[in-house]
Write a new protein. Structure first.
Length: 138
């Protein structure tokens, strides 16, 4: 699966499989952030299963479960804490990668311009233009 670089130390992805975790380790990722709540979709690996997969490849893991379309300030704070705590490069994932890209942008609001955040996400294939007012407000 292709991982989409957002920054030199953070990439995002759709739901990972065991093969994707192995690929991420081979590509030099040192940590995984899971942005999906357990049970969001039938057949999806649980956070505990993903933590075990990451650990089996020597990677750290964080779980910041966030519902699509319902990213709260608490989720943003948890994402910022996870990124600060984990050694990168980090691979964050959700169902499509959009939530992970959204969380990243909201953690960077104020430190980077809204236009820059939206352009960076667009370069990775994620349209965050609907997030403009929230990014501006942070």
């Amino acid at each position: 699966m292709p991982f989409k670089a957002i920054t030199p130390t953070l990439s995002v992805s759709a739901q990972l499989t065991e093969a994707d975790v192995a690929q991420a380790a081979r590509e030099g990722f040192r940590a995984i952030i899971d942005n999906r709540p357990d049970g969001e979709e039938s057949g999806q690996p649980t956070a505990a299963e993903m933590r075990a997969m990451a650990a089996s490849h020597g990677m750290s893991f964080a779980h910041v479960p966030t519902l699509g379309g319902a990213v709260t300030d608490e989720h943003v704070a948890q994402m910022a804490e996870a990124v600060a705590r984990l050694n990168g490069p980090i691979l964050a994932y959700c169902r499509s990668g959009m939530r992970s890209a959204t969380l990243w942008a909201l953690t960077q609001a104020g430190a980077q311009s809204t236009d820059s955040l939206i352009a960076t996400a667009a370069d990775a294939g994620y349209d965050l233009s609907a997030l403009r007012a929230r990014l501006d407000a942070r």
